[in-house]
Design a protein around this ligand. Structure first.
Ligand SMILES: [Zn+2]
Ligand SMILES: [Zn+2]
Length: 139
């Protein structure tokens, strides 16, 4: 990818740039993702944390033990509440980005879905995408 990846929250207080390769993206149907997005599922993109830079604002964070049993820290805009990043302290090299926060969401092509056991009936996703009943990436 030659294009600089940029994005931010709804109000514009938090802005980020990413100069690495976009990693795999997936749909997550777990309960925590449903709660934190306020929607049926989350679309997360795995990034190299060293290549992600906040260029405006600061995030607030909330840490919780996820359904996987791992500690997960979720970061969001303190002004407008938009969820932005998810970090797993056990895997500090990665950060998972909320795909909808990208300036150009078409950069993202979700490859699969996880935690389909928890999916709600009104979360319809292309059944051609492979699914995993629980966690594939152990975060
Ligand atoms: Zn904001
Ligand atoms: Zn999830």
């Amino acid at each position: 990818m030659t294009e600089l990846v940029t994005g931010g929250c709804l109000c514009g207080y938090v802005r980020y740039e990413y100069d690495g390769e976009l990693g795999t993206a997936n749909y997550c149907h777990c309960r925590d993702c449903r709660k934190t997005t306020g929607s049926a599922f989350n679309v997360g993109v795995r990034l190299q944390s060293a290549a992600l830079h906040l260029v405006a604002g600061q995030v607030k964070s909330y840490t919780k033990t996820g359904d996987s049993g791992n500690t997960i820290t979720r970061e969001f805009c303190p002004e407008c509440g938009s969820p932005l990043f998810t970090r797993a302290p056990a895997k500090p090299q990665f950060v998972w980005l909320k795909a909808g926060s990208l300036d150009n969401p078409e950069w993202v092509k979700p490859m699969d879905q996880i935690w389909t056991d928890s999916a709600v009936s009104w979360a319809y996703i292309d059944p051609a995408l492979s699914g995993f009943s629980r966690n594939r990436y152990h975060v």
